[in-house]
Ligand binder design. Structure first.
Ligand SMILES: [Cu+2]
Length: 588
């Protein structure tokens, strides 16, 4: 505890370095901004809100272009830009609304050759100089300059032009590719997100900044306590270190030895300090190692806001807290992974008060925060996460100062003040449905060459009884389930690092954590599975109830670790959900 207090004391010192670092960045060539479509922001600057694009008359049409750029330090940045130059806008739709998103791929080959060669998932070979590329729906050609979109958390069909990422691949020469789907009428109101899901290259694009928020409106209908509150979208991304060679700040209470993990990132040193594997940014304002100059958010003194926070990191776990005078504040969690805690009517208080919130990569937390009183400056931080002896270093660090100011601008968006209550779901609560079977899956890792522990790591996510193999998209699905059923899945971790289990097209119920019932009355789409050590008698595990009842979950889709270097490295599997006779008859 003493170390933690010291850590936050030194995080406060970090503010002193903010101006210095911002000045350093301004020394960059003036042509940089003109060349860089991804609009770099200075450390220590004000946190901008993403632009909102709202549906009108039940429809939202968006033209997005994905572009990339190599920074002077060699790091490749990626961004989504609208035709009127809005970067990574927040897409806001109501349940039932139609989204038409035209995605143009303007990626160019830059930087050193990617580690992984382009590979083909399915379809036919095409000549390199062929002008007209293959149908993006069937292309399967996935290279560093291919792209596509996954709409994380939405229960929409895994088919082309909606949420297929297995075969859909858009090349730079292709015409704008149209995504077109309706937000399901019963989609829970909350925070979802979009990002590329090109197998083998997801990490590079997401780490480079390719991600944005999608909000299904109406959270105040499920959590009346947020009605009328100003809302603030906060996207935490990770990125390559801006100062990779710097020693840790002298203000840190311990200076741990530098270790590297097998991916070449700073390894977990178990102290909560030292060089992180990646820098963080908040709405693209970087907070670089080693001094973590915090970005700045202004709030009116004592104002209550709904913070809608997405961890869009490629490989960084967060453990968020807000400190006033070093004291952790109560955060009123109202939704997790896009689903209000009381969506099912099983959590009548609607709010879970916490002093810190663990957020794996891909996950979202939406919470009520009361701003600091006048003359007090709050500090938004992530505490260290123990990723295990094989994991990356995710140390304690500042993210943003929260300054109380009577003149603070109001956030762009304010939630409805007089919401009609959200009807309860018509389906039976997932916890009350009997599973048709239990499956056991496990995370594991092996060196490519078993005789050479320093050879590259292969990552597996295996159904117990099958042979561990790196993900092969052309192989038959590892799991076949039937629409209309629910199943229990036990996910074990047989490796020495933390993993984050995620599945597309559905939410699940966490039943047991490390073998103990948790009795959660709400749903998730991403969950941590703690690491194994030789001292443990059993493999750490979670037990999940998987919901295959929604007709939109029919088809072939993915489950994987949401640390994208693990996913790209093979820690992924295919599931096919077969239609019931009933849904076949209705054409689904
Ligand atoms: Cu993982």
């Amino acid at each position: 505890m003493k170390n933690l207090i010291l850590a936050f004391a030194c995080l406060l010192c970090a503010q002193q370095h903010a101006n210095l670092s911002a000045q350093h960045l301004d020394d960059a060539p003036s042509s940089r901004t003109a060349q860089n479509p991804c609009a770099p922001k200075s450390p220590g600057s004000a946190v901008p809100e993403p632009d909102d694009l709202r549906s009108r008359n039940g429809e939202l049409t968006v033209d997005l272009t994905i572009r990339n750029y190599v920074e002077p330090g060699g790091s490749v940045r990626y961004c989504y830009i609208t035709s009127d130059n809005k970067e990574a806008p927040t897409l806001r739709l109501n349940p039932g609304d139609l989204l038409i998103l035209n995605l143009k791929n303007d990626l160019i080959e830059i930087g050193p050759p990617a580690n992984l060669p382009a590979h083909r998932h399915m379809g036919h070979e095409k000549k390199k100089d062929e002008k007209r590329t293959a149908d993006p729906c069937m292309s399967g050609m996935m290279s560093a300059i291919s792209t596509n979109l996954h709409f994380h958390g939405l229960t929409i069909p895994p088919v082309c032009h909606q949420d297929d990422v297995l075969n859909t691949s858009i090349q730079p020469r292709d015409e704008p590719f149209q995504y077109r789907f309706r937000i399901p009428a019963d989609e829970p109101p909350g925070l979802y997100w979009y990002h590329p899901h090109i197998h083998g290259f997801s990490k590079a694009q997401v780490l480079g900044g390719a991600s944005g928020a999608l909000i299904v409106e109406g959270i105040e209908r499920a959590a009346r306590q947020v009605a009328g509150l100003p809302e603030r979208v906060v996207i935490i991304r990770d990125r390559d270190l801006l100062n990779p060679d710097a020693p840790p700040s002298k203000s840190e209470p311990v200076i741990p030895k530098m270790l590297l993990d097998r991916d070449g990132d700073a390894a977990n040193n178990g102290t909560g300090f030292g060089k992180p594997a990646k820098d963080l940014s908040i709405n693209y304002v970087p907070v670089p190692y080693p001094d973590y100059p915090p970005a700045v958010i202004e709030m009116k003194p004592g104002e209550r806001q709904l913070w809608r926070v997405l961890n869009a990191s490629a490989i960084t776990y967060l453990n968020l807290a807000v400190l006033f005078n070093r004291v952790p504040q109560q955060l009123g969690l109202v939704a997790l992974d896009g689903v209000p805690l009381n969506q099912s009517g099983k959590f009548p208080d609607s709010i879970s008060w916490q002093t810190h919130l663990g957020v794996p990569p891909g996950s979202r937390v939406e919470f009520i925060l009361t701003g600091p009183p006048l003359k007090t400056t709050g500090l938004f931080v992530t505490r260290t996460v123990d990723t295990g002896p094989g994991g990356e270093n995710d140390p304690n660090r500042a993210i943003a100062l929260i300054k109380a100011s009577a003149d603070a601008p109001e956030p762009h968006s304010i939630l409805g003040a007089t919401p009609a209550p959200l009807p309860l779901p018509t389906s039976t609560w997932l916890g009350d449905v009997a599973p048709v079977r239990t499956r056991r899956l496990y995370f594991s890792e092996m060196p490519t060459n078993p005789d050479d522990p320093n050879s590259p790591t292969e990552f597996y996510l295996t159904v117990d009884g099958q042979t561990p193999v790196v993900f092969d998209p052309s192989a038959p699905p590892s799991i076949v389930a039937e629409q209309g059923t629910v199943e229990d899945w036990i996910i074990e971790n047989r490796s020495n690092e933390l993993h984050a289990f995620h599945i597309h097209q559905l939410h699940f119920l966490l039943l047991d954590y490390l073998g103990k019932p948790v009795n959660e009355p709400f749903l998730r789409d991403t969950v941590n599975v703690p690491y194994f050590t030789d001292r443990a008698l059993t493999y750490p595990s979670v037990r999940l109830r998987m919901d295959f009842r929604d007709p939109n979950t029919v088809g072939t889709f993915l489950y994987h670790c949401h640390l994208l270097e693990h996913e790209d490295g093979g820690m992924m599997g295919l599931i096919r959900v077969e239609p019931t006779h009933k849904s076949l008859a209705s054409g689904q």
